[in-house]
Design a protein around this ligand. Structure first.
Ligand code: HEC
Length: 151
């Protein structure tokens, strides 16, 4: 009984001590996680762009839903660039992510800032605002890929 209590307590302490970034048992899982989040984000950006470019009719509610998903994924993905996951599996992440931490942190912050503005635009329901904000997000995606992703 006492063992069980101690074990539970230890597990609880461990769980609170671990940051989100340490929640991968193997680096391969971190690679898969970030690739999945990026891939889904791309798919929802595609749906959003279809509306801002007019190839499908604009619907404020659908746009906002896509944007909320993009924002959530964007928040999740950067926790998966853990140390030791630069040469794992089929990763296209370049070592500069870890070697040039400041530059990487700035690129992440830029993306999060742009996505934050898109989130506000989505909540406003205003097509022109969404168009501008989505364009900026697209650019921060591309600019980070140009610098930190293997061709
Ligand atoms: C701060 C840098 C950064 C930003 C911002 C960023 N990405 Fe990425 N992205 C990466 C890196 C690095 C990889 C390579 C991941 C890997 O293979 O380990 C990647 C991979 C991808 C992939 C390929 C996923 C796969 O299945 O291999 C897609 C698609 C993608 N990103 C879409 C996006 C979209 C859309 C956005 C913007 C909404 C975005 N990314 C923003 C750095 C970024």
């Amino acid at each position: 009984m006492q063992h069980l209590v101690l074990a539970t307590l230890a597990a609880a302490l461990l769980a609170t001590a671990l940051p989100a970034a340490a929640q991968f048992q193997r680096p391969e899982q971190a690679v898969k996680y970030r690739q999945s989040a990026m891939s889904l984000q791309s798919s929802h950006m595609g749906r959003l762009f279809a509306m801002t470019r007019g190839s499908v009719p604009f619907e404020a509610k659908a746009a906002a839903e896509n944007i909320e998903i993009i924002a959530t994924l964007n928040k999740l993905q950067f926790s998966a660039f853990v140390e030791g996951s630069d040469k794992v599996g089929n990763t296209r992440s370049l070592p500069e992510i870890w070697a040039e931490k400041d530059k990487w942190t700035a690129a992440v912050a830029k993306s999060q800032d742009d996505v934050g503005k898109l989130l506000l635009a989505g909540r406003s329901g205003n097509l022109e605002q969404i168009k501008t904000a989505a364009g900026a997000v697209g650019q921060s995606c591309d600019s980070c890929h140009d610098t930190f992703r293997r061709k």
